[in-house]
Write a protein that binds this ligand. Structure first.
Ligand SMILES: O=C(O)C[C@H]1C=CC(=O)O1
Length: 94
């Protein structure tokens, strides 16, 4: 198991066909909800006032995360920042 903190900033071009926009967002929602149900996409939070999210992914490796992120329907319109997480030695829970 490996945890990753991911920030996604979405920049959909203003001139994108509205039907394509709507369809892409609907496919993104279905894709993300499937990964949430499976426990892979552990956390999904909106950053207040921005078309951006902070997410936590629970995957086997960076390669797996890369595959998942590249498969996002909105991937072509996103800037993505990834931070690998490891356990803090001062944490008290197991
Ligand atoms: O809206 C976003 O932040 C982008 C993306 C992440 C999940 C989802 O449904 O859309």
């Amino acid at each position: 198991m490996a945890l990753f903190h991911v920030r996604m900033d979405v920049h959909i071009p203003r001139d994108l066909d509205p039907q394509v926009r709507e369809d892409t967002i609907a496919r993104e929602k279905a894709y993300s909800q499937e990964l949430q149900r499976s426990g892979t996409w552990r956390e999904l939070w909106r950053i207040v006032g921005q078309y951006s999210n902070i997410s936590i992914f629970d995957v086997e490796s960076g390669d797996e995360l890369h595959e998942l992120l590249s498969g996002l329907p909105l991937f072509p319109y996103m800037d993505i920042e990834v931070m690998a997480l490891t356990r803090h030695p001062s944490r008290i829970d197991d």
